[in-house]
Design a protein around this ligand. Sequence first.
Ligand SMILES: Nc1nc(=O)c2c([nH]1)NC[C@@H]1CN(c3ccc(C(=O)N[C@@H](CCC(=O)O)C(=O)O)cc3)CN21
Ligand SMILES: CC(C)C(=O)C(=O)O
Ligand SMILES: [Mg+2]
Length: 264
Amino acid sequence: MSRISLKHLRQMKVAQEKIAVLTAYDASFSYALEQAGVDILLVGDSLGMVIQGQESTVPVSVDDIIYHTANVIRGSDKLFVIADMPFMSYANPDQAIKNAARLMAEGGAQMVKLEGGAVIIETVKQLTARGIPVCGHLGLLPQSVHRLGGYIVQGRETAAAEELIADAISLQEAGADMLVLECVPATLGAVVSKQLDIPVIGIGAGSDCDGQVLVVYDMLGLTPGKRPRFSHDFLADTGSIQSAIASYVKSVKSGAFPNAEQQF
Ligand SMILES: Nc1nc(=O)c2c([nH]1)NC[C@@H]1CN(c3ccc(C(=O)N[C@@H](CCC(=O)O)C(=O)O)cc3)CN21
Ligand SMILES: CC(C)C(=O)C(=O)O
Ligand SMILES: [Mg+2]
């Protein structure tokens, strides 16, 4: 039980030390990411797209996340590991409790991540009351891509930005210990990070978030097709996977990533 604690992550926010997060899906990457100084691993449901070749994250199952989380856990000794709760695995609080318990007990995750705002507040209360650490996820919600009509920047209008800020506060009050903010204007990322006491990890949410996360294959230039504007190919700059990851960590810690072109 010597993995990085939530208390340590909260202290990093207070000390304004940026938190470097990457996705991981297997033991070999988990080991490499720990060696390179990453703080948190996210077993993202992005695995549906980058591992399984699906068109969205919607088809990912709880069993898929458990399998990959268990592999990631075996590859690292110290890193804090968050597992995504898949589409509809938290449709009501009872289902959420049952599935989150599996991600922790069978997968070994330290925290679970759920997409959404007001609609999941009761669920977050019930999970955290039972000792399950929760990471929220606001902004672009990939599990809602069929309603959103694409992977489009969120929170551009004042009303949407205000709703997002209110949701972020509600999640913190419901007991969430971390928040991922995806694809929102950098100004909104800055406001949310400042307003909350819990660490806010951005992906396409600007350089003022408390930390940054990317899909590991995106930052190695492996993802086929057009990569999101907020990502960067660190392997092209460096030449080895280990040095690319180390360069990402250094760039997040120094505030050099994301730069003006890598945010909205
Ligand atoms: N490989 C991969 N990387 C990711 O970051 C990722 C996944 N998969 N799968 C799940 C979601 C989907 N994500 C995405 C995918 C594409 C864009 C994208 O292309 N966004 C446009 C912005 C469009 C606009 O201006 O509104 C961009 O140019 O970056 C954003 C997030 C983030 N997540
Ligand atoms: C992109 C991150 C935040 C994620 O949710 C995932 O990898 O599934
Ligand atoms: Mg996800």
